[in-house]
Design a protein around this ligand. Structure first.
Ligand code: CTP
Ligand code: MG
Length: 230
């Protein structure tokens, strides 16, 4: 199943505290966003990439895409205030009517296997996300006191890619905008309009690089990957 991917990269990276958008932090001499783009560039099922970027970073990104020969990017659009706004701008630029994936620029370790699984599932059900069972025991807390232990077996941590039929995710974003709903992910907007969202099993290595200690884990993942080539 072929797909278009929208990659939001128009954040500020505040929690990473790197003094710049974390997309430009280098892992093995390559910016994080290039790692992410390369996974889709090398996936035969990916027919088009829409990149969402900050206005003042367009020039640098264009240069990087030439340098690393990322030629599947059909358009680079400017992002909005929140991630949801950025994604919506990206979705409006999708040219082909097919399955659309939304994948964080800050998740460079996504593998073709999970991309395929989520794409196939979404073409079947309309909406699917990659998720992993949570490992921690989770408590609901009020006033620094535990009020409830949440049953873990039914809890999953959702990641990206999140995959949808294009008309469905466009409708979900449109309605969210009209009702001024800000969801924490794209699936939640689809849930809001009453469409079921399936999950497919992800990988614990598909982390989002959010805070500085995530970079330690990132280095370990890359080391493991390089071991495989020895
Ligand atoms: N993103 C975006 N537009 C925004 C906010 C976020 O395109 N207005 C993108 C980020 O660039 C990132 C992804 O959405 O690839 C996930 O967001 P997050 O991890 O929160 O990144 P930042 O918003 O950059 O980081 P922070 O929240 O720490 O500032
Ligand atoms: Mg953010």
């Amino acid at each position: 199943v072929n797909y278009t991917v929208v990659i939001p990269a128009a954040g500020q990276g505040k929690r990473m505290n790197a003094g710049k958008n974390k997309q430009f932090i280098k892992l093995e001499h390559k910016p994080i966003i290039i790692h992410t783009l390369s996974v889709f560039q090398s996936d035969a099922s990916c027919s088009e990439i829409v990149l969402v970027a900050n206005q003042n970073e367009l020039e640098d990104l264009t240069g990087l895409m030439n340098e690393y020969k990322i030629d599947k990017v059909s358009s680079i659009v400017c992002g909005g205030k929140e991630r949801q706004h950025s994604v919506y701008e990206g979705l409006k630029a999708v040219k082909r009517e097919q399955i659309v994936l939304i994948h964080d620029g800050a998740r460079p370790f996504i593998k073709h296997e999970q991309i395929r699984d989520v794409t196939v599932k979404a073409s079947d059900t309309g909406a699917a996300v990659v998720a992993v069972p949570i490992k921690d025991t989770v408590k609901k807390v009020e006033d620094e006191t535990i009020v409830e232990t949440v049953e873990r077996s039914s809890l999953w941590a959702v990641q990206t890619p999140q995959a949808f039929r294009l008309p469905l995710i466009l409708k979900a974003h449109k309605q969210a905008e009209e009702k001024r709903i800000l969801g924490t992910d794209d699936a939640s907007l689809v849930e809001q309009i009453g469409h079921a969202v399936s999950i497919v099993m992800g990988d614990y290595r598909n982390i989002k690089l959010t805070t500085p200690e995530d970079l330690l884990f990132a280095k370990a993942i890359i080391e493991e990957r390089n071991e495989g080539f020895k």
